[in-house]
Design a protein around this ligand. Structure first.
Ligand SMILES: [Zn+2]
Length: 358
């Protein structure tokens, strides 16, 4: 076993043309969102021992070109050398102005999987992935967890169907799936911006920025998706938020192409829908969260569509037992540069603060 692993690593090292350098147990840090620790020096299914995350500290045993041997849970694992750095990429943040205390914005995350015991978990068809819970390291802890759900990004999600409503009744509005349907795509693939960028990439980019801002504000953050693909459908994402978060914010851009502005998907004003559980017990909270986020965005100077909301019967809403909203930050024609995403994240953070009364 050991010999086979060593020769595999050596082969890659030779191919890369790098001289082998040996380190004696120094410390390195993860410099990408998710880094896979493998039992062998090759990228393949089935050799992933553990995922480690941005800023995580690792003990380096040996560096072999493209691959570095690190200790994970007392075992030697291989990680890609390019995603390691000698210093903590999170750095040492400046003291917080209000409290005068310093500390890193977050600690390494904890992976959370869907438990089959959770209510509505049985309705999910894609739930093998996991979300990651980050705890704030701010001294001004809010003791609230915000679920940040980067819309779309589940490969194969478009060809699997899930039930729209827990009671099996048909959808009361149109949307990606038409009114009257009882089943919809487990996770649709999302739209493509006019400039060719996939919506799923932009929702992910915004989610990452929002995560850091919320952690700095003292919120814990449940990240549904941190890479191109997470095997969690809309029901699995919702059930994770229901059980591990105090509110659920799904990030999206709409499929129109006239840069119409941001809005939230409000709970349809249809008696039968608002009478169905869990909607009946939670729809007012959903709308209140949506309203707070739109006001936050408005305050940050973001263009708002019409009255700031559009009624939509969504799978997310139909299974949510915590305040939960789908927010559309713009559409295919909207700018999604880093500066704009930063402004959007500021607005959403202000909205979360307003919602929780901070
Ligand atoms: Zn979307």
């Amino acid at each position: 076993m050991g010999g086979r692993l060593a020769s595999a690593a050596l082969a890659i090292c030779l191919l890369a043309g790098n001289a082998q350098a040996v380190f004696a147990g120094d410390t390195v840090y993860v410099n990408c969102d998710v880094l896979r620790c493998r039992s062998s020096a090759e990228i393949k299914d089935g050799n992933i021992v553990k995922n480690v995350y941005y800023g995580d500290k690792l003990e380096r045993v040996e560096s072999k070109g493209e691959w570095t041997v690190v200790m994970v849970n007392g075992k030697k694992c291989y990680v890609s050398s390019q995603y390691l750095s000698a210093s903590n990429p999170k750095g040492t943040p400046a003291p917080a102005a209000a409290s005068g205390n310093s500390g890193t914005a977050s600690t390494g995350g904890t992976q959370i999987s869907v438990s089959s015991d959770w209510k509505y978990a049985d309705f999910s068809k894609i739930k093998s992935g996991s979300a990651v819970l980050y705890k704030t390291a701010s001294s001004a802890r809010k003791n609230k967890t915000v679920c940040v759900n980067a819309g779309h990004g589940t490969s194969g999600g478009g060809s699997v169907k899930t039930q729209c409503h827990p009671d099996g009744t048909p959808k009361v509005t149109g949307g990606t799936t038409g009114a009257g349907a009882t089943e919809a795509a487990a996770v649709s693939s999302g739209m493509t911006f006019n400039d060719g960028t996939a919506e799923a990439n932009v929702t992910l980019a915004l989610a990452r920025i929002l995560k850091e801002k919320l952690l700095s504000e003292g919120y814990d953050v449940l990240m549904i998706r941190e890479s191109e693909d997470v095997q969690l459908d809309n029901i699995a994402r919702t059930v994770l938020a229901n059980n591990k978060a105090d509110c659920h914010i799904a990030l999206h851009w709409d499929s129109t192409a006239n840069d119409k502005g941001a809005f939230y998907m409000s709970v349809p004003n249809v008696d039968s829908y608002r009478a169905m559980e869990p909607v009946a017990s939670h729809w007012e909270q959903h709308n209140r969260l949506g309203e707070a986020l739109v006001q936050g965005l408005k305050g940050a100077g973001v263009k708002i569509f019409s009255g700031g909301s559009m009624e939509m019967d969504l799978t997310q809403t139909s299974y949510s037992t915590v305040p939960s909203i789908d927010i559309e930050l713009g559409d295919k024609a909207s700018d999604h540069s880093a500066g704009t995403l930063n402004t959007l994240a500021n607005g959403l953070t202000a909205g979360v603060n307003a919602f929780f009364g901070n």
